[in-house]
Design a protein around this ligand. Sequence first.
Ligand code: GDP
Ligand code: MG
Length: 360
Amino acid sequence: PAQAVQRTLMAFGQMVTINATLDAETAELIAAEHGVDLKIKEPESIEDTLISQIEDQVDDENDLAERPPVVTFLGHVDHGKTSLLDKIIGLDVVSGEAGGITQHIRAYIVDKGDKKISFVDTPGHEAFTEMRARGANVTDIAVLIVAADDGVMPQTEEAISHAKAAEVPIIVALNKMDVPGANPDRALQQLSQHGLLPAEWGGDVEVVKTSAITGEGVDALLETILLTSEIHEYKANPSRDAVGVCLEAEQESDRGVLAKLIVNNGTLKVGDVIVCGSTFGRVKAMYDTLDARKRLEEAAPSTPVNVTGFDEAPAAGEKFYVLKDIADAREIAEMRSDRSRADKLGGHTVKVSFEQFQER
Ligand code: GDP
Ligand code: MG
């Protein structure tokens, strides 16, 4: 009887109404407490079937082709992440930034000889960690930017632990080498103390000395990225439907939703039906992230693109999937938004921890 369940929950310190939702784990504990057999049935929704089919799709070895590495810049604020990226792409974004603080996620794919490198510059580490929390790992290589005059700072330490947790190779750009107070040896010493032993000291971490102002070392940094990428042989299947991640999105007054997506695998095409979190749409137009006027018909693996066609702005860090049928995409999006609305309205899902259970 519901009352008996309520009483048990009360004993765990949870006052609940008769309509409350229990998570599976709690339901199991309650069932055990009452000596009741419990079978947890997973709903077979269209979301489960379609999305997990895509997630489980294994690419044929023969379909795999080399793809550019996706490189994320991490480091302490003001150590030069944005300036270095500006130097690489030959633009000046940093001087236009409000208060010198990066507000948006920037992502560009650039040519280096006959190779390409995809760069992501994030406002902070939140975006990096949030994406990982959602299971969306877009980063292949982390470039840790450390100002040679400042050395390792608190956010540098954070960045090191994020990159280590993501298990991606770390390349250090020892930046601001042009500054009179630059003290590279001290910075290298500090990095060693944080488990990043520079190659020049016999370790396995490549350190490139750079200056975003003079351009010193920028080419060497790109070469080091490509060398690292060659060792890891990043591959994808360009012939399948695209999957990837929304880096950020906003509602624009003139052209609806503009979403910055990065393709992880497959090729995204104009006209594709996509679902991303609780939003969906058909790719209306795609634009180059460097040149907003340049329209693209396709985006290959590792390519960031600005996309129009979503009904609403998807949340940053949500994964996107291409589906065959717009009705399926709508259904999945609606199901997800109903669910998040129910989560908001229905308050909390009751959860009893194992500790609470044991304490009794
Ligand atoms: P971010 O917060 O890591 O993105 O750092 P920014 O790129 O915004 O750079 C912070 C400040 O440091 C700006 O005023 C840049 O002009 C300056 N800066 C960045 N890199 C260098 C460099 O290599 N040398 C010098 N002298 N200044 C730099
Ligand atoms: Mg910045």
